[in-house]
Design a protein around this ligand. Sequence first.
Ligand code: F3S
Length: 413
Amino acid sequence: MSRTDNVLHLSEEEKAMLAGETGPGVAKAMEIVVALGQIYGATELTSVTSVQVSGVSYKNLGDAGLAFLEEWAAQGAIVRVPTTLNPAGMDLSGWRELGFSEAFARRQQAVIAAYGALGITLTCTCTPYLVGNVPKLGQHIAWAESSAVSYANSVLGARTNREGGPSALAAAIVGRIASYGLHLEENRQATIVIDVRCPIRSEADLGALGYMVGRMVANRVPYLRFHDARPGYDALKTLGAAMAASGAVALYHVEGVTPEARAGNMIRHGAEVIAVDSLLPGYEALDGDMDQIDIVSLGCPHASLEELRTVGEAIDGRRVKAALWITTARGTRDAAEAEGLLARIEATGGRIVADTCMVVAPMAEFAYRTMATNSAKMAFYTPSHSGLAVRFGPLEQCLEAAVTGIWPSRRAG
Ligand code: F3S
């Protein structure tokens, strides 16, 4: 029997939801969850403990997306599990001061209000796991946002497919998702081993590596073996985001580091092995060639408090010439403010920007044309999503560019 011949069995409660007995908004959500289950050959739905919804920036949603959300909320739909949001198109408090337009802000606020009406916690970040939405090992969740999916599956050991905005929202409303793909034990083993033989010296090196691995493995599950590095949590956040951007990697394992790799053999018999001896192809693909830098973007995925401290120490007492935006979750920003870090960073002329990032913000409203970043994911998406030319390199290089307005000539890798 092929997978699509499978029959999706629903409980009495799920059938009632589908039949509209708990309202049209719930029925619509159940229709989406059931349709996906049928497409992917699931035989049952599974309860989820947490949801992360993408599709929050008005820049991406537009009026049609906003109307869709408002209509769903008007049908009485409300989330039944803890649910957080992806970054919005602007800092929800500091937008005016940062230079976002009134027109954009009004529409963005309407989007946030619609999500609020659906009962969602209005935390707008791609790192919900740093600010309270922290799934546990083995828990089934329904997350959108590829970097967060990668982190939740790989570093936390939770179980989610790469959901889209509507399917994640539907899962939040019914509290269930179809059980297929990475929800099933048998699909979580690696089918390709990446033997990392070159040294890893910075977060940008990990990003370049992640970019290359993503291109090589597409949507397979890679198992990474490092010879001279033991990546910490922030490093894994960077690595996973890059693999999820250039490929569609939703789960990876790192030998001796990630929980499932530590617990048992996660390499499928007969898995292909590929060696990586140089990161140069990654840097060549992501790094541009202009010197003038208008804006430096750090915090992709959204910066942890530890990363903000590192930036604060490195730039303390200096003054930036280019714009410097360090994007983070509002909870992390508030923690930075409480310990005096925000004031220290802002004394340099840099900004800690909450709730958004330069890929989902309407950067065409600003005069910036060139960007420097230490994030491979940001470097990968910015040219196509925000129309800026990008230089890509480690934090020290980015901060030097922020201070001088010029990209320092040495090339990493
Ligand atoms: Fe997050 Fe934006 Fe990067 S959503 S992962 S900061 S592109």
